[in-house]
Design a protein around this ligand. Structure first.
Ligand SMILES: [Zn+2]
Length: 486
């Protein structure tokens, strides 16, 4: 008994030493970059964003509802407001209304860089209109804020980049490497005619980019549990997705003499099994990067857990699994989105159909998910069909000079904040660029908190005037840093 107690105490002591050693070795990965004096951005810039918001470049799933005249009007607005940029850069239109600019660099031995954004927006449902404090397409500038759809998703990107380019060219700046700008017109409806065509076009031309920056992570405030400081999240990868259709076709009959299982029974059992057997949760490579970059900046309790993430993985996973937003970071998720069956009160359904929306972690694949689900359902009568798919993005390495340059640009403009790689859960247009560059980042240079996060595709979308000017400053600095040799 005494010996057993000794063994237990001894093991605990070893574990404690191990945990403490990990904590001591868990050192900060934050760079030591000074904020630079902010450049002057005139009030014309927020006015241009306001003008851009007023144009209803709305994407609808039904192509007949899309008002192409508005999209042309938006392009004309850019042409009118950025004469210097249009004069200096070559540009071409792909898929009709997606713009691709090429700003020739001085050195052909350097690979180009690509900045991406999109100028289409999601519709504002009629039912929500009354909840908007200011009309969604007013572009109103009031109390230091610019109101309307597209203010943060993602006309801020297009206008922010164009302002920076106009300023740089006007000041005589010439990039060493070629800079491409890609502004999609259909990101909100999958980017098939826009970004996908741009990626194809560039690949055909043999363009291999040093890095790509698209929308994605933000400077989060109070959104990373345990962190007081602002945390800029750079998406170094994004989840893939697959939409699966489950079909069940069985013999019919009369409801007065039901068979043991109707199509509804078979399908609901399949969905039940999927629910009971979720994909495993684990610390993937990009989540591990996040832990390495954010962990050392956290208060002692969190820091101890993050420093011992491998040892304490089950504890960490139990915490992450609690909230839907963090659960999505640690596993491939499955959401049934459509279910259809039955036609008449007294007729047994012969056919049932369900649609599953699945978001795939970067270290898995469409195929592995498909195979796993087939195994879980384990019923020949349930036919699985892939409706649409996109493989998870490759994982960009935060040790790479392009990440370091991006990190530096953020700190130069936003000062002393924590910067970390992370997994983007939603899909961005950049997913089409995997063959164009090995270093794809997803980051938007403005602050996201518990209030404005709801305005994404929601109500009362807006951005601060000063905040928008910082976006311009960021793109200005990023082009200066990124367009030179790293
Ligand atoms: Zn967007």
């Amino acid at each position: 008994m005494k010996r057993l107690l000794g063994i237990i105490l001894g093991s605990l002591a070893i574990a404690l030493v191990y945990i403490l050693a990990n904590l001591l070795l868990f050192s900060s990965k934050q760079s030591d970059i000074e904020k630079i004096a902010p450049i002057k951005v005139t009030n014309a810039a927020p006015q241009h964003l306001s003008d851009a918001i007023k144009i209803k470049t709305i994407s609808y799933d039904d192509p007949a509802m899309i008002d192409t005249a508005s999209f042309h009007q938006f392009i004309e607005l850019l042409y009118e407001k950025y004469p210097v940029a249009f004069g200096k850069m070559e540009y071409t239109f792909l898929g009709g209304m997606t713009m691709l600019f090429k700003w020739q660099g001085k050195r052909t031995d350097l690979k180009p860089m690509i900045l991406m954004s999109h100028y289409d927006v999601v519709p504002v449902p009629e039912a929500n209109l009354s909840e908007w404090k200011e009309p969604p397409f007013s572009g109103l500038i009031k109390n230091g804020e610019i109101w309307g759809r597209g203010a943060i998703d993602d006309k801020v990107g297009v206008i922010g980049i164009m302002e920076a380019v106009e300023m740089l060219i006007s000041s005589g700046f010439q990039p060493d490497r070629t800079v491409y700008l890609s502004f999609g017109h259909d990101e909100e409806i999958m980017g098939i005619n826009g970004a996908k065509q741009v990626a194809h076009y560039l690949k055909q031309k043999g363009v291999k980019a040093e890095f790509v920056l698209d929308e994605g992570g933000y400077i989060t405030q109070g959104l990373v549990p345990g962190m007081q400081k602002d945390v800029a999240l750079i998406g170094t990868t994004e989840k893939g997705f697959v939409t699966l259709e489950l079909n069940v076709d069985v013999e019919g009959g009369h409801a007065s003499m039901p068979k043991k299982e109707t199509a509804i029974d078979v399908l609901s059992k399949a969905i039940g099994k999927i629910n009971e057997n979720p994909f495993p949760s684990y610390i993937s490579k990009p989540l591990n990067d996040f832990i390495d970059y954010v962990g050392p900046e956290m208060p002692l309790g969190f820091r101890t857990v993050f420093a011992n993430a491998t040892l304490l993985e089950p504890v960490l996973m139990a915490v992450y699994e609690k909230a839907p937003s963090s659960n999505a970071l640690v596993r491939t998720t499955v959401a049934p989105t459509i279910i259809e069956a039955g036609e008449k009160n007294n007729v047994l359904p012969t056919y049932a159909r369900a649609v599953l929306n699945i978001r795939i972690l970067p270290e898995e694949s469409v195929n592995s998910v498909h195979e796993d689900l087939k195994e879980v359902i384990d019923d020949e009568r349930v036919k699985i069909k892939i409706l649409e798919k996109s493989e998870p993005a490759s994982i960009s390495n935060p040790d790479h000079p392009t990440y370091v340059m991006l990190d530096k640009s953020i700190k130069q403009v936003f000062g002393d904040i924590v910067i970390s790689p992370y997994i983007m859960i939603a899909a961005s247009d950049s997913r089409y660029f995997s063959k164009v560059s090995d270093h794809i980042y997803r980051f938007c240079p403005f602050k996201l908190n518990k209030q404005n996060i709801k305005s994404f595709h929601g109500i009362n979308e807006k951005i601060g005037v000063e905040e928008f000017k910082d976006c311009v400053r960021f793109y200005h600095q990023l082009i200066k840093n990124g367009a030179t040799e790293m």
